[in-house]
Design a binder for this molecule. Structure first.
Ligand code: TA6
Length: 278
């Protein structure tokens, strides 16, 4: 392992998070109620050139293989600069990271940019603010996602609410024009969907808690669980990890974001845990 450094956050109320400058990668989030909310694969390789498996990988400037760049772009493999970290006046903890072009990146994506991730935690909430500004003199476009891996106790006891009635693209079956009729999504097999036009909250429901996810600036949401067979093909995903995770990603994929010189785009994914009272 080389040059991977950790950033620890602790809010005044005790909420905690752990990040790495590699990928500006959030690996752990423990709100005040006390239990880990992010899935992190025990088989993840923490090293240069490799994305961390779990937590919140930043997908930028290309989602998946929707373009000529390596899968999910370069941000998740890059070393980000820690701009600041600490406790704010109101008691929340916050870290700010930035990424800009360099020679290696210009060779694969010839654009001058500054990307920023702001991670804020307090009480039961985690807020991720991601922004990109075009610092060059020509326009560029990109697709992006906050590829959040939520930890669940048991995927068979988990429901996802908030996607009923929405159109989605089914990456597993290859069909572009699907619609989810049911109000609740159950994960019973490999699932990989891009939902469009997200306007309401998405809620991950488990017997002991609900996690409410609110996004803005991002138009799409991805729901991904590899299922048993795909899990076995992903070397850095721990055995049967699919039983303990669900990715609900705030994304913009289907209509890429275009930025004119000097223009800024920003998007937010905010998560709040609601523990079930006994
Ligand atoms: O966001 C869903 C997805 O694009 C899936 O298709 C799946 O491949 C996943 O991301 C993980 O990708 P990775 O490159 O991290 O193995």
């Amino acid at each position: 392992m080389d040059k991977v450094s950790k950033v620890l956050l602790q809010a005044r109320d005790g909420a905690r998070a752990e990040l790495h400058t590699h990928g500006a990668h959030l690996c752990s989030w423990i709100p005040v109620s006390g239990s880990e909310q992010l899935f992190l694969s025990k088989s993840s390789e923490f090293g240069p050139g490799k994305a961390i498996r779990g937590g919140v990988p930043i997908v930028f400037p290309q989602f998946s293989n929707h373009g000529p760049l390596p899968k999910h772009g370069f941000a998740r493999n890059a070393e980000w600069r820690l701009v600041s970290s600490g406790v704010l006046e109101q008691g929340a903890a916050q870290a700010v990271f930035e990424l800009q072009e360099n020679i290696a990146r210009l060779l694969v994506w010839p654009h001058v940019f500054r990307a920023e991730l702001v991670v804020t935690i307090a009480e039961e909430t985690l807020q991720l603010d991601f922004s990109v500004v075009n610092n060059g003199d020509t326009a560029f476009s990109f697709t992006t996602a906050l590829h959040t891996y939520f930890k669940v106790d048991d995927i068979t006891q988990t429901l996802i609410h908030g996607l009923g009635g929405l159109d989605y693209r089914d990456t597993v079956g290859g069909s572009r024009d699907c619609q989810q009729e049911e109000p609740f999504l159950e994960i019973t097999a490999e699932t990989d969907r891009i939902y469009s036009d997200i306007t309401s909250d998405i809620v991950i429901i488990q017997p002991h808690q609900q996690v409410q996810i609110r996004q803005s600036g991002f138009n799409d949401a991805v729901v991904w669980n590899p299922g048993a067979e795909k899990n076995a093909q992903i070397s850095d995903l721990e055995p049967n990890g699919y039983q303990r995770m669900i990715c609900v990603e705030a994304a913009t994929i289907l209509h890429p974001i275009s930025l004119a010189p000097g223009q800024l785009w920003s998007g937010t994914q905010m998560m709040t845990v609601h523990p079930k009272s006994a």
